[in-house]
Design a binder for this molecule. Structure first.
Ligand SMILES: CC(C)(COP(=O)(O)OP(=O)(O)OC[C@H]1O[C@@H](n2cnc3c(N)ncnc32)[C@H](O)[C@@H]1OP(=O)(O)O)[C@@H](O)C(=O)NCCC(=O)NCCS
Length: 190
């Protein structure tokens, strides 16, 4: 299979929107955004997303097979300031016809490589706890589970639990200071 994994290009907003809508239709249980919500966002937000990616303010990677986009993934940075070292991986999806040959792994590698160059300190993502394929993919890329949100999403009356995962990219460069009283963290007494 001849799948090419690469950053999105200018002029691909409509194709990106189509692949995102296909992802949400194909695997609604895997994503927080609903198909209806994504449709309602319309083409303009994809133009903005592609412009951000082309300008290097965000990352969007796509997988292309025979001229069609068959996969995607994104990295979105938090606003500058105290959360400026963090970025979120989102929208990881590969079309069923392109699965099982390492496409998601290659998309994730590019997302991590972009993040390193962009100076991201911590990459984060969330994954529904029973999505074993995605969990295995992320673990292979070095992400670790640092918590579990038992009520991350609601599907009707049902709670959907998600693992919170992160990959520390600059762990060796920072001093991790224990939380002090008044900072809301746990404090060891005695
Ligand atoms: C999860 C998903 C992105 C994997 O895409 P893919 O291109 O098939 O993944 P890769 O071929 O790069 O595989 C990467 C790793 O994931 C594992 N993996 C992929 N599909 C798997 C499956 N069905 N069951 C178990 N592990 C699986 C692979 O085994 C591989 O690890 P390994 O080499 O150690 O075996 C794809 O199945 C998908 O799009 N699913 C629906 C959307 C989704 O769940 N997205 C994640 C949202 S958090």
């Amino acid at each position: 299979m001849d799948v090419v994994v690469r950053p999105v290009r200018a002029g691909e907003a409509a194709a990106l929107r189509a692949v995102r809508l296909r992802a949400l239709a194909d695997a609604p249980e895997a994503f927080g955004e609903t198909l209806e919500h994504s449709r309602a966002r319309g083409p303009a937000s994809y133009e903005e997303l592609v412009a951000d990616a082309v300008a290097g303010r965000a990352f969007v990677g796509v997988a292309e097979l025979a001229g069609e986009l068959v996969g995607m993934t994104g990295v979105r940075r938090h606003d500058p300031g105290k959360f400026g070292h963090r970025a979120m991986v989102w929208g990881v999806w590969v079309a069923p016809e392109a699965r099982g040959v390492g496409v998601a792994g290659a998309l994730l590698d590019q997302a991590v490589a972009w993040s390193r160059v962009a100076g991201v300190g911590t990459l984060e993502l969330t994954v529904v706890v029973d999505n074993l394929a995605a969990l295995r993919l992320y673990r292979r890329a070095g992400f670790v589970v640092y918590g579990t949100d038992p009520d991350a999403m609601r599907q009707g009356d049902r709670s959907v639990a998600e693992h919170l995962m992160q990959l520390r990219l600059d762990a060796a460069d920072v001093e991790v200071r224990p939380a002090q009283a008044g900072e809301g963290g746990a404090r060891q007494v005695g």
